[in-house]
Design a binder for this molecule. Structure first.
Ligand SMILES: [Zn+2]
Length: 120
């Protein structure tokens, strides 16, 4: 994991590099419905398309598809979960669950604070 963005806030550092979780319903991209791409706040790699975004009601931005991510088994906190990491820089993004609303069942539950939005 390499720190590329030197201008991250303490909260961004905590979530991206210490696997923190932002408080639900606080992320500024939660209700963003503009067309574009969501990129890693650390390295700028494009991770999610606005076409994959949906409202899961959980309080975190949710997507049913991703690019440039890698998945890792996460058994922290007594829960068996799948961690979602940026494939380029290894920063923590969130978790993947299999109860999504579309046919692939994917629900990428991602911290808004880990993402930068780029308009198409
Ligand atoms: Zn990255």
């Amino acid at each position: 994991m390499k720190k590329i963005n030197k201008n991250l806030t303490p909260e961004e550092n905590h979530v991206l590099f210490e696997k923190g979780t932002e408080i639900p319903f606080t992320g500024k991209l939660l209700h963003n419905n503009e067309k574009g791409n969501y990129a890693c706040k650390n390295c700028g790699a494009e991770l999610f398309s606005s076409d994959a975004k949906f409202d899961s009601g959980t309080g975190w931005p949710s997507f049913d598809d991703a690019t440039n991510v890698k998945l890792k088994e996460d058994n922290s906190g007594g829960m068996k979960r799948t961690e979602v990491l940026c494939k380029n820089c290894g920063a923590h993004l969130g978790h993947l669950f299999n109860d999504g609303p579309t046919e692939n069942n994917n629900r990428y539950c991602i911290n808004s604070i880990c993402l930068d939005f780029k308009r198409n």
